[in-house]
Design a binder for this molecule. Structure first.
Ligand SMILES: Nc1ncnc2c1ncn2[C@@H]1O[C@H](COP(=O)(O)OP(=O)(O)OP(=O)(O)O)[C@@H](O)[C@H]1O
Length: 276
């Protein structure tokens, strides 16, 4: 699915949160959203999976206004993994993953062989085969996150929207998740806090700052030390190594009187080192 955001603005509680965001995500592209806390990433994702209508501007899916499409169609086509899914803890893993097929079923339809195949594949690809009989409420945070991913995969969406999908996941499962979604071949838009992961896995990165689109393009073009300094207030050096990108980051002292706690701590450490 191709996505076109055209001058999307959103205000929450009277405060502008997104300011005229325009960007295109091509079909099959993996786009990472990066930006400091509160910069508007989740809000932007909500406009993309039709949870929040923009106050002005449009979101188009394959050229059609998202809000003019039948809700059943977007429910089928758009898979979502967010931090807000806190219900259904009494269900088993198998039951939860099967819910991914709901948008494909009529009111009285039973799961078909194809539905069961999609569910089985999602369970297997997320490494949950041994967990299918367990209740979701009894799982660890990372295991639960994988169940929610499996449910989104079972849906077989054309667009996958992920809000900090690597939260709770150990290192190996973070990489597994991103490799898995990158290789699905569907359009992916994911908010990621790790610049390393965004630069390594995404085709393009959109950087938000204070609700504005600071930059959008290939990771190497957008995630420059200068941009990272300006957006996140950290000094960065970039290292490319065997197909992966790593950023070495240090907090930048932006305040002349070292009023920020990290500046103060580092200045003290330096003074101590000098004295020694
Ligand atoms: N219901 C609301 N009313 C008022 N302001 C809100 C509301 N919901 C969110 N905001 C504000 O909107 C801004 C953007 O929030 P959003 O959750 O989109 O940011 P984010 O980039 O996803 O942040 P994080 O990295 O912390 O998850 C924040 O300043 C937040 O406080």
């Amino acid at each position: 699915m191709r996505l076109d955001l055209d001058s999307v603005s959103v205000a929450l509680g009277g405060t502008p949160v997104l300011d005229r965001i325009s960007l295109t995500v091509h079909s099959g592209q993996f786009v990472a959203l990066a930006g400091p806390n509160g910069s508007g990433k989740s809000t932007l994702l909500r406009t993309v999976y039709r949870a929040r209508r923009p106050d002005s501007g449009t979101v188009r899916a394959d050229g059609r206004d998202l809000w003019s499409l039948p809700a059943a169609e977007t429910a089928r086509d758009i898979g979502v993994l967010t931090q807000e899914q806190h219900s259904g803890f009494e269900l088993t893993v198998a039951e939860t993953v099967a819910l991914g097929r709901t948008p494909h079923l009529g009111l009285f339809d039973r799961l078909t062989r194809a539905d069961h195949a999609a569910i089985g594949e999602a369970v297997e690809r997320t490494g949950l085969t041994a967990f299918t009989g367990r209740r979701v409420g009894e799982l660890s945070g990372g295991e639960r996150q994988r169940v929610l991913l499996a449910r989104a995969l079972a849906q077989q969406p054309r667009l996958l929207v992920l809000d900090e999908p690597t939260n709770h996941l150990d290192l190996r499962h973070q990489l597994d998740l991103l490799e898995l979604v990158r290789d699905l071949g569907v359009t992916v838009v994911a908010a990621l806090h790790s610049l390393d992961l965004a630069a390594t896995y995404a085709d393009a990165v959109a950087v938000l700052k204070d609700g504005e689109l600071f930059g959008y393009g290939r990771p190497a073009e957008v995630l420059t030390p200068q941009a990272i300094g300006e957006v996140f207030g950290v000094d960065a050096t970039v290292h490319h190594d065997d197909g992966a990108t790593r950023f070495v980051l240090r907090p930048r002292c932006v305040c002349p009187d070292a009023c920020h706690w990290s500046c103060r701590t580092r200045r003290l450490a330096r003074t101590g080192a000098d004295a020694g």
